[in-house]
Design a protein around this ligand. Sequence first.
Ligand code: 5GP
Length: 286
Amino acid sequence: MVHVIAPNAYASFLHWMPGSDQIIIAEEEKNKALNIIAGAALLFFLDFNGFGRAGQLEKPLADSRAPKVMIDHHPEPEGGFDVVFSDTAASSTAEMVYGIITALGGEEAVTLDIAQCLYAGIVTDTGSFSYGCNNPRTYEIVARLMEKGVDGAHLHRLIYSTYSVDRMRLLGFCLSEKLEVMEDCRAAYISLTKNELKRFNYQEGDTEGVVNYALSIKGIKLAALFMEQNDHVKASFRSTGNVDVNQLARTHYHGGGHVNAAGGKSFQGLENTLIEFVALVKKGFD
Ligand code: 5GP
């Protein structure tokens, strides 16, 4: 019996994925998640490479005696795993999962349901094939998924054309009222207070992609989004070229990610977080 556990809720634009209704959200069903981990014969860790990313499951996972298999494409994997599939050149963990499934069971092991989920993983992790996908293999895999019956246009609509009115207005607010541009530093950032999020009836996933708009301004090489939460400020970073936001997130925001897409947290309150960020950008990080 295979169980899938996610540490916390994920965006509703992914709820259409086959099997999504069986995913256990640890934040909502903690005991169930803990019992499953305690009884597990084998643990797979997908799309993260350190136990700390699993939030409240960090300790139970790290302490489990079950063999641990990591499948991930983020840089700088941590220790504690028994088998490690770590490939920073892969567009997405979904791409790696495709390779593992077909290596074990051949092309016929990939059902339409699996193909749809893997397609969603690849398309979301590459921003609809706009970054991290300069590799023919990504497109070869996508071609195989299409042969399984994936309807790319349909899935694209399910993922990207499901904005609530509130989410669309929040995006408009971010861009017209909250976007700060530091032209000399080629940086732009957006911040949102708890009240602003409330005003737009914020739901998990509603700010997904917002930071990319800041990065899509001509000449901008670094973009950030800061969101005030109950006990911290959530930070999202995007960059182009050799502006390394993974290091920025690791050094200053208790986080990490990829060179050009990373995230983390600040515990200094929103106002001070922004002051510190502006100072870091002006001096070119460190
Ligand atoms: P996003 O900005 O979309 O939340 O995340 C972008 C990338 O940064 C993803 O690869 C994600 O895994 C990573 N990331 C986001 N938040 C954190 C964090 O708190 N810690 C670490 N290590 N990585 C993060």
